[in-house]
Design a protein around this ligand. Sequence first.
Ligand code: AMP
Length: 196
Amino acid sequence: MFNLIIFGAPGSGKGTQSEKLIAQYGLTHISTGEVLRAEIAAGTELGKIADSYISKGQLIPDDLMVDILASEVDRLRPQSTGFIFDGFPRTIPQAEALKKMLEERGEEVHSVIGLEVADEELIERLIKRGAMSGRADDNVETINNRLKVYHSTTSPLRDYYQKEGKYQAIEGTGHVDEIFSKISGAIDKHPAAPKK
Ligand code: AMP
C-alpha cells in the first residue's frame, strides 16, 4: 500500500487535487469532511453531532474523529492499494492515532503533500465555493474561524511530519494542472510510489 496525506488549510485545493490523484494512481480517497457531510445529509445521530461543530467552524472531537476514520479504513482496506487521507489528521493527537492505527495494520504514512496557499487567497476561494456549492460552512464568519483553527491547531502538523521526513511542501497557487504535476513529481520520487 502507498498511503498519502493531502494536507493544507480549508480551500487549499485538497479535494480538487485528490480527484486527480485518484485518477492517476488509483488510490482510495477518504475525506473526513465528506464522510461527515454524508452523515448530516442522512440525518443520523452522528450527523447531528457533527453539524453542531461544523456549522461553527470548529473541529469534531478527536476521539470521535479517530473512530470514524478507523472504521472507514477497515471498510475500504480490502479493495484498496493505498489511501489518500484528505482532511485528516487535523490535530497532533489525530496524527498520533493515525500512526498507531496504521502500525497495528502493518501500514504507515508514506508521504504528506502540503498545499501552501496564502490566507487572502483561501478566503477568496472559500467565499466563491460557498456561492457555487452552497456548502453551509463556507460563509465569512465560519471561514474566519476555520482559518484560525487551522493556524492554531492543524498547522503544527507541518513540523510534526517534517521531523518524520515526510512533509513535501507544494506551492498551491496557479493552474490546477501545474499544481498537480508538482504533486505527482514529488510522489514519483518516493521509492514506494504507486504505478500510474
Ligand atoms: P473539510 O471538508 O475537510 O473542510 O471538513 C469540513 C468540516 O468537518 C471541518 O471544518 C470540521 O468541522 C469537520 N472535520 C473534518 N475533518 C475533521 C477532522 N479530521 N477533525 C475534526 N473535524 C473535522
